[in-house]
Design a protein around this ligand. Structure first.
Ligand SMILES: Nc1nc2c(ncn2[C@@H]2O[C@H](COP(=O)(O)OP(=O)(O)O)[C@@H](O)[C@H]2O)c(=O)[nH]1
Ligand SMILES: [Mg+2]
Length: 318
């Protein structure tokens, strides 16, 4: 069995790709905003606008600017390098408490991950990438096709299963999602599986139906294991900006989230929304997605993320 800490290590080269792709290569846009200037009222205002445009949200932006002013007044210098370094440290301090990797405890088998989120947020893709990671770490993995609304959704998960050599428990389109996931959990127990990852549907147009379905999935899983699903992971499209915060609060109300994965940071998602999420929700951020390829999902690292947002070099010790 692998050391639990292995799941928490970002892979090599991810920082470079994160920085290149964040917000479609623009990041927070702070390099343009600074341009060698010192922190004065004009620059403060520009920075705040920059933060808001990067989806940081009003409360978090105000907090960041306030902190920046306080620190620079304390004599930490006020040239561009000092502003940037102070900004990186402030962002890192806000994000650090949320950087808790997904650990699979040795004494919980099968460990069940329920993946939720609205349609198109990247659930199935994230499951494929996560399955690959876990397999690479030596875990035995099983997938459950709990998005039973469209045949395409089941086929998409099966394709990931084939690519990874992992079995997928599925039924016909239209089947009861809770029944599929219950079967999968039973199969996982019978086969000595380490981690079961269950996909779900995310029909935003039928909120009451979605809520009832997720509640039922959790209820039937708990018949087999009162602690299941051990991880309730929300996949969020970073391109949603501030709407992602609303979505996260809603899903948290329904099933009580234990983890977040933020996808599509490469596709216009600017990443600042993580600071809003950190302010509003005490849920760990497990993963970030910066593309559609297998290696484009990595463990969330607060230092890397803060450095990429602030536009500084790679943090030490990476
Ligand atoms: N650019 C980019 N595309 C992504 C990322 N994650 C998922 N996608 C794409 O987003 C689309 C919807 O993903 P899917 O996994 O089917 O979402 P689901 O409906 O929540 O299961 C697919 O075309 C994925 O390839 C990401 O991190 N970056
Ligand atoms: Mg899907």
């Amino acid at each position: 069995m692998p050391e639990p800490s292995e799941a928490g290590k970002p892979r090599k080269g991810f920082f470079r790709r994160l920085r290149e792709r964040l917000g479609g290569g623009r990041g927070l846009g702070l390099p343009l905003a600074l341009g060698g200037r010192r922190l004065d009222d004009g620059l403060e205002e520009e920075l705040e606008t920059g933060l808001l445009l990067a989806d940081v949200g009003v409360e978090a932006s105000e907090r960041i600017i306030h902190e920046l002013r306080r620190r620079l007044a304390r004599g930490e210098g006020d040239d561009e390098a000092a502003v940037r370094a102070a900004l990186r440290e402030i962002l890192a301090e806000m994000l650090r408490p949320r950087a808790q990797p997904l650990l699979i405890p040795d004494d919980v088998r099968p460990f069940m991950v329920l993946v939720v989120g609205v349609n198109g947020s990247g659930k199935t893709t994230t499951i494929g990438k996560l399955a690959r990671r876990l397999l690479d770490q030596g875990y035995r993995v099983l997938l459950a096709a709990g998005d039973t609304y469209r045949a395409a959704a089941i086929e998409q998960l099966q394709a990931w299963g084939e690519r990874n050599g992992v079995e997928v428990i599925a039924q016909q389109p239209g089947a009861d999602a809770a029944a599929v996931i219950y079967d999968a959990l039973e199969a996982a127990r019978a086969r000595g599986i380490d981690v079961l990852i269950a996909d779900t549907a995310g029909r935003l147009q039928n909120k009451a139906g979605l809520m009832a379905e997720l509640e039922k999935i959790v209820r039937v899983a708990r018949r087999l294991d009162p602690a299941a699903p051990h991880e309730r992971l929300l996949v969020l499209d970073a391109g949603l900006g501030q709407n992602a915060v609303q979505q996260a609060l809603e899903f948290d109300r329904i099933i009580g989230l234990t983890g977040l994965a933020l996808t599509k940071l490469d596709a216009g998602g600017k990443g600042g929304v993580l600071l809003s999420l950190a302010e509003r929700l005490e849920v760990p951020v497990r993963f970030v997605g910066i593309g559609e390829a297998l290696e484009d999902l990595d463990v969330f690292d607060a230092e890397q993320f803060a450095a990429a947002l602030a536009g500084t070099g790679e943090p030490e010790g990476q």
